[in-house]
Design a protein. Sequence first.
Length: 134
Amino acid sequence: MIARFLVTCAAIVVAELLVPGIDVRWGPDPVTGIVTLTIIGAIFTVVNGWVRPLLRLVALPLNLLTLGLFSFVVNAGLILLVAAVADLLVPGKPPLTLGGFPPTIDADALVAALLASVAIGAASTAIGILSPRT
């Protein structure tokens, strides 16, 4: 569980570096950045552990119809959910923004979420393959 959380945090950092629409509010010092990453990673881990299996089951017919491509849409929606929950939990400016979301959802936010889902999935897979199994 802790290894999965660390892989998720690393994948979020990689996605923030690669996708121009993702903005993580790191803060003025390294401690604030680590706290922000921990909050976002924890929310992401909980959403992936609880919500994602339910959505995958509900979206199974569409996933079969699109030969698995609808899973990118589901993952993009989950990343938007993570950004919304992080905005609710952290007072002030949102710690994670995708395009203009939160507060507004538009085409830029949807494209950023879709690209973020691809980047986080690829980074998680690569890090998972490269990390030693215990």
